[in-house]
Design a protein around this ligand. Structure first.
Ligand SMILES: NC(=O)c1ccc[n+]([C@@H]2O[C@H](COP(=O)([O-])OP(=O)(O)OC[C@H]3O[C@@H](n4cnc5c(N)ncnc54)[C@H](OP(=O)(O)O)[C@@H]3O)[C@@H](O)[C@H]2O)c1
Length: 251
């Protein structure tokens, strides 16, 4: 990770769960991290907690369902003298609603599309433009997708979420192809976890239980370890796809 010391990483959805774990690992390894989410107070608290570590954490409030917020965030990063732009973008923020195809609420589908697909695409474009204008050719764009981008589980409450994560899989490969077309050396990686022990499922099911599974879930830091693994690959190696499940998960 030595070559990333002092470089800038944007982590979306940094207020909790996987995003907060990734922030922690990157700051401890010396990166200047920008963390965004709606609950910016939680990111600020994390920033205070990490203030004696090798890197730094700048908290920015951003509702990723609003393009204006995203564009303003990139402007804020550009005008900050100690940041100037994004070298690594971790598209992590995402959500699920229990909204099956035959009975779901349109507004819930739309929110999933806005955050899981549109914001991911906009952040990818803006990060690439930020790298391009500063002649950054070794950047990295990482997408936290899901096993739901690879298979349709026989669980209707996950179906529209799977629609969005299949889209993320298409975005990862499309971005890779466009970069190769431009002869850029910026790399892309999709990381697709199975069940992770965060509040993600609690929010999806709108109750306090994390589902009926009795096996041990992965921890947020297990996903962060995969992020670090892909970032530290030698520059001639592009890890495109990481699929990871709890060992006992069947689907
Ligand atoms: N947990 C799992 O089992 C699992 C499995 C596979 C894939 N994933 C994927 O992993 C990623 C992270 O999930 P997680 O488990 O860490 O979930 P989480 O604990 O619920 O965290 C989700 C993060 O996304 C942010 N977010 C949601 N809507 C947002 C919006 N409109 N604007 C800005 N930020 C927003 C949240 O911040 P605010 O609410 O503060 O805005 C929060 O920081 C997601 O893409 C998810 O699909 C999770």
């Amino acid at each position: 990770m030595e070559r990333w010391v002092g470089r800038v990483a944007l982590v979306t959805g940094a207020s909790e769960g996987i995003g907060a774990a990734v922030v922690r690992d990157l700051v401890c390894r010396g990166m200047k991290v920008v963390g965004c989410a709606r609950n910016v107070d939680k990111i600020q608290k994390l920033s205070d907690e990490l203030k004696n570590e090798k890197g730094s954490l700048t908290a920015i409030r951003c509702d990723l369902s609003k393009e204006e917020d995203i564009v303003n965030m990139f402007k804020t990063i550009k005008s900050n003298e100690s940041l100037r732009g994004v070298d690594v973008c971790i598209n992590n923020a995402g959500l699920a609603h229990n909204a099956p195809i035959l009975s779901g609420q349109t507004q819930e589908w739309r929110e999933m599309l806005d955050v899981n697909v549109m914001a991911v695409t906009i952040c990818t474009r803006e990060s690439f433009q930020s790298m391009k204008e500063r002649n950054i050719d070794d950047g990295h764009i990482i997408f936290i997708s899901s096993m739901s981008g690879y298979r349709i589980a026989n669980e209707a409450f996950t179906h529209f979420y799977a629609v969005t994560k299949h889209s993320v899989r298409a975005i990862v490969e499309s971005t890779r192809q466009e970069l190769r077309e431009l002869k850029s050396h910026i790399r892309v990686t999709g990381i697709s976890p199975g069940n992770v022990d965060t509040d993600f499922a609690v929010k999806m099911m709108k109750d306090k239980t994390k589902g009926n599974n009795d096996y041990r879930y992965m921890d947020a830091k297990d996903i962060s370890s995969a992020v670090i693994y892909t970032l530290q690959a030698p520059s001639h190696v592009e890890i495109n796809d990481v699929l990871m499940r709890p060992t006992e998960q069947i689907t």
